[in-house]
Design a protein around this ligand. Sequence first.
Ligand code: NAP
Length: 284
Amino acid sequence: MQHRTIGDFAVSAIGLGGMPMSIEGRPDEARSIRTIHAALDAGVRLIDTANSYHLLAGEVGHNERLIAKALKSWGGDASQVLVATKGGHLRPGDGSWTQNGDPAYLKSAAKQSLKDLGVETIGLYYYHRPDPAVPYADSIGALVDLLDEGVIQRAGISNASVDQIHLANEILGGRLVAVQNEFSPRHRSTEDTLQECQRLGIAFLPWSPLGGIGPAKTVGDDFAAFHQVAQAHGVSPQQVTLAWELAKGDRVIPIPGASRPESIEDSAKAVDLVLTAEELARLG
Ligand SMILES: NC(=O)c1ccc[n+]([C@@H]2O[C@H](COP(=O)([O-])OP(=O)(O)OC[C@H]3O[C@@H](n4cnc5c(N)ncnc54)[C@H](OP(=O)(O)O)[C@@H]3O)[C@@H](O)[C@H]2O)c1
């Protein structure tokens, strides 16, 4: 497995997104554990989660607890796995997603994530989504406090603009190590943030890198060039999609979601798929 870095931590160039295992359409726990173990056995050393990856009210931290359980029952060295979680996005239990960027809330949410992950310090903690009701600088201030208190080891932001990346990095005193934004063949408008992270040496993690739960299955039908390049290499269009993202820059670390072992096993192979300059030009 090839590696890339998030701050000082070497992770696999492809991570595992945990969301499909805890929200609408989630599988039973046994299949989720098999999926996480399959990722780890394939060399994946980055797992993405959030306290809001759950379905019902009263289930906050469902995905964090699932990942903690899977890591505990895995035979390998869990200290080499970076588990990244997030706070600031909430699910009231009616299917909607809401925001809370209040610094006091973020700090208490991170402390609850510590418990749900079963760790003494969180390897990477993101502010999940800007809350329009709270000044961005105040929310990022909570990350500064969490870093200084040792509750979290590394800080990231998600769903951020170029200006917010600059502001967060300034408030964090240059300690912003990761930006997680939506990026895929169907969502390219964030490429400016990808390029800025590449320039600044900050890890860029495309979320919904295959287009999201559902559209991920038809990325080859929806984007002909990805289908054609996949056929030429005898691989899945999903692998081509992830290899195209990896080729955008050495700071890019896609985190495809999975609820089945076969999905992440196939996705992890994208690190070894080398696309030609002509193919990359066709994919855009
Ligand atoms: N920061 C944010 O605001 C934010 C928002 C959304 C998501 N995320 C994170 O980003 C992660 C990825 O996004 P996502 O899960 O929404 O969408 P995605 O990664 O674009 O798509 C996930 C779906 O892709 C399928 N899949 C994965 N690899 C495949 C392969 N090689 N071949 C065929 N199908 C494959 C999976 O199917 P199966 O279920 O059948 O395995 C899964 O349902 C999430 O899990 C979450 O951790 C973050």
